[in-house]
Write a protein that binds this ligand. Structure first.
Ligand SMILES: CCCCC/C=C\C/C=C\C/C=C\C/C=C\CCCC(=O)SCCNC(=O)CCNC(=O)[C@H](O)C(C)(C)COP(=O)(O)OP(=O)(O)OC[C@H]1O[C@@H](n2cnc3c(N)ncnc32)[C@H](O)[C@@H]1OP(=O)(O)O
Ligand SMILES: Cc1cc2nc3c(=O)[nH]c(=O)nc-3n(C[C@H](O)[C@H](O)[C@H](O)COP(=O)(O)OP(=O)(O)OC[C@H]3O[C@@H](n4cnc5c(N)ncnc54)[C@H](O)[C@@H]3O)c2cc1C
Length: 667
């Protein structure tokens, strides 16, 4: 990156940095080659003149914005094809490669669901013959798809979906129907005007029997003309809080016929005569959702790293207020309250990335076992993916909002990009499983685990700590990282035990278990959160410790400071829980607070270096406040001048409305 024209504050900050930024970049990417590959692709995409907008996308109309997003994403696909020719979905691994599409459009790509869910579903739920037929076409974008599951009436409760797929053995076809208004598919990204195919999740009927929801491969538009096929009603759902360019759509079917072999048949099948062959496990239909819940952690880590880069660089450039009379105004990053807002977000990005990689490795292993017919680890994976997706998305949204607030008024500007990142991250709390719904899924697993504790059974790895802390009233506290991790486990065990007891206490004679569950569900969600925080603390600490040993001592020290900051921050946030479930004293809490403030001071000189270590190009950051050179005020003014309102000194509304109003006032 060019060092000329960099503002004096950022030059000074970079000189202060105690570690080699390049080393951090390689660590995050997963090696020097990975960094080089990423930078090469980013360079080609971001310097392509066709990608540059003359008018910033937020000034375009809804329609123009979509068209522009499609135009530019097609260029991106064309470039990416060259770089991914050798890649097949089977050898795909989610590396830490940043989302290049953010350098193309600021908001969401209308092709996101094609890559993120359509292809993974074809890969994971089709049989070999279907895979051979569909996957290459989808990979090359000869066909473009999405994942159409949610309906107007049902999102969380998949079993309540209403779209029907009724098998007709005479023609060997399924007939798809949308029986009610509430059965319309509603939300799928790219469904409105982008996709010509989709995976449709529908209730299967054959020989008069109902077999529950299954995935179907459905063509919805003509390949040549893109006109919706007869029997298809498709359109866009309208503007949203964010995701403006995602092209979310609705879809209805009227006696729409598809061949029998368009049901994805890896797990369950319908034979020619309509005989239904059951899946080994009917939850395998939900497999794509587990995959995406895992992947979302990387996405959140990435979005946090973007927001962190913007807010930290801005905080180094911005001066405001005097701490001492007659002294220059401070860089706002030197206010400790500002460091408190910033550094936990920086550290959280690292935590989500390393825990995400750990979860991904677990996913790969469990999926391999499932392939061999062993489903034993599926419930644990599902419980992990649910709570991690739920808690991390909620935390990420809170951290992004804090970054926005940390930038004062300028953080409210669209040109800072913090509002758009905010919209992207907030959506993730809801999509792919709503927060409370997923937390209650993990709680279900925890209640079963607690039954195991009571029956003195050996528990699966991620809940084995429950047995360790099942008897003790308050666990011995130690002011060490190991002590903090034990403290979080003790809190999770205590809350699990209490939620379990709450269900029992609500189970009066005549009360159904489900009603008792509902009455205890606030406590159940709280137990899930505590379990998730124990995992985040334990795994992030062990992973960051391991990584710190693979790098130079100077960088290793910074990684450990970030990891310890995360643990200490959450100990202080959750001090009430720790006071309830461990022997922590007020003196211990004071020590934690002092250590927390010490860590803020230790991280402070490296703050800009650490966010430089995310290595996010200006074109991908898309921010007036966060660019590498720190020319914040120049960029704010340059962007303001692009407002169409500034194209003429007097807007016509003056003559049309304001002047008559003023004249009337004179009368
Ligand atoms: C370079 C390429 C990169 C590729 C990636 C690129 C980008 C990707 C990046 C990010 C992608 C992100 C974003 C894209 C943007 C937006 C996409 C949004 C797409 C969507 O938004 S798409 C719709 C998602 N929509 C949902 O997410 C609905 C949530 N609703 C459910 O998920 C279920 O409906 C549930 C679970 C609530 C109830 O379901 P239910 O009523 O049938 O089940 P029930 O409660 O009765 O449980 C019976 C037994 O099944 C077990 N069980 C349940 N689920 C399981 C599973 N998945 N696996 C294994 N076991 C499972 C239980 O644990 C229990 O087990 P037990 O009985 O033993 O306790
Ligand atoms: C930006 C965005 C993109 C999306 N993309 C897609 C897509 O590509 N494809 C697709 O199929 N879908 C997509 N969706 C839909 C998404 O998956 C659903 O919105 C989500 O699963 C939540 O379902 P819902 O909207 O029905 O919420 P609801 O389930 O109606 O939730 C409303 C409230 O009810 C509560 N609630 C519901 N059930 C329970 C329960 N059992 N216990 C306790 N509380 C409960 C929830 O906690 C929540 O507070 C997208 C959504 C968004 C916002």
């Amino acid at each position: 990156m060019a060092e000329h024209n960099v503002c004096v504050e950022l030059v000074r900050e970079r000189q202060k940095c105690t570690f080699e930024v390049q080393e951090l970049i390689h660590l995050i990417d997963g090696g020097i080659t990975a960094t080089e590959e990423r930078r090469e692709v980013e360079n080609v995409v971001c310097t392509d003149p066709r990608i540059k907008d003359v008018v910033p996308e937020e000034y375009l109309s809804h329609k123009e914005r979509y068209e522009n997003a499609i135009r530019k994403n097609c260029i991106l696909q064309e470039i990416l094809k060259k770089y991914t020719e050798k890649r097949t979905w089977d050898n795909f691994r989610p590396s830490n490669k940043y989302r290049i599409s953010s350098g193309v459009v600021k908001d969401i790509s209308p092709f996101m669901l094609h890559t993120g869910m359509f292809i993974p579903t074809l890969v994971n739920q089709s049989d070999d013959e279907q895979k051979a037929k569909w996957v290459p076409k989808a990979m090359s974008m000869e066909i473009i798809g999405t994942y159409a599951q949610t309906e107007l009436g049902h999102g969380s409760f998949i079993r309540g979906l209403e779209t029907t797929a009724t098998y007709d053995p005479n023609t060997e076809e399924f007939v798809l129907n949308t029986p009610n208004l509430t059965s319309y598919k509603w939300w799928p990204g790219g469904l409105a005007h982008t996709a010509n195919h989709c995976i449709v999740v529908a209730q299967l009927y054959s020989k008069g029997q109902h077999y529950g929801v299954h995935p179907f491969f459905v063509q919805i538009r003509d390949i040549e003309t893109h006109v919706p096929l007869p029997g298809i009603k498709v359109g866009e759902i309208g503007p949203k809080l964010g995701f403006q360019t995602a092209n979310n759509g609705f879809l209805g079917f009227e006696n729409f016929r598809i061949p029998r072999r368009n049901m994805l048949m890896k797990n369950a099948q319908v034979l020619k005569d309509g005989t239904y062959i059951k899946s080994k496990n009917d939850k395998l239909t939900y497999g794509t959702m587990v995959f995406v819940r895992v992947i979302i952690l990387f996405d959140l880590a990435f979005e946090l790293s973007r927001a962190a880069t913007i807010a930290v660089r801005y905080s180094a450039v911005r001066h405001q207020s005097q701490l001492k009379a007659n002294e220059p105004e401070l860089q706002i990053i030197d206010y400790v309250t500002q460091q408190h807002k910033l550094f936990i977000g920086v550290s959280t990005s690292h935590v989500f990335r390393v825990v995400g990689l750990w979860l991904w490795n677990t996913y790969v292993k469990v999926n391999a076992d499932i392939g061999k017919g062993n489903m034993d680890q599926l419930p644990e994976l599902h419980a992990l993916a649910c709570c991690l997706k739920a808690v991390c998305s909620r935390d990420a949204a809170a951290r992004v909002e804090e970054f926005r607030l940390a930038c004062g008024g300028h953080g409210f500007m669209t040109s800072s990009n913090l509002p758009i990142i905010n919209g992207i991250v907030s959506a993730s709390i809801t999509y792919e499983g709503e927060f409370s719904v997923l937390m209650l899924q993990t709680a279900r697993f925890l209640m079963k685990a607690w039954n195991g504790v009571l029956a003195r059974k050996t528990l699966t790895p991620t809940v084995s700590y429950l047995s360790k802390f099942s008897n003790s009233d308050r666990v011995q506290w130690a002011n060490t990282t190991a002590g903090i991790i034990s403290g979080f486990q003790a809190a999770a065990a205590g809350k699990t035990k209490e939620a379990y007891a709450a269900i029992q206490s609500y189970l009066k004679p005549g009360t159904d278990y489900e009603d008792a569950w509902n009455s205890a569900s606030v406590q159940l969600v709280s137990a899930s959160e505590a379990h998730c925080r124990a995992i985040l603390c334990e795994i992030s600490w062990s992973e960051m410790q391991r990584l710190s040993k693979t790098v130079s001592p100077n960088l290793g020290k910074v990684l450990l400071e970030l990891a310890e900051l995360y643990l200490t921050y959450w100990s202080l946030e959750k001090r009430g829980d720790l006071l309830m479930y461990t022997t922590i004293s007020t003196a211990d809490i004071a020590k934690l607070q002092a250590r927390y403030e010490e860590l803020l001071a230790l991280i402070r000189p490296n703050a800009v270096g650490i966010v430089d270590g995310f290595d996010i190009r200006d074109e991908i950051l898309n921010s007036t406040l966060g660019a590498y050179d720190g020319r914040v005020y120049e960029r704010l003014m340059e962007e303001a001048k692009k407002s169409p309102l500034n194209a003429e000194p007097v807007n016509e509304s003056f003559h049309k409305y304001i002047k008559p109003l003023m004249l009337k006032a004179k009368l």
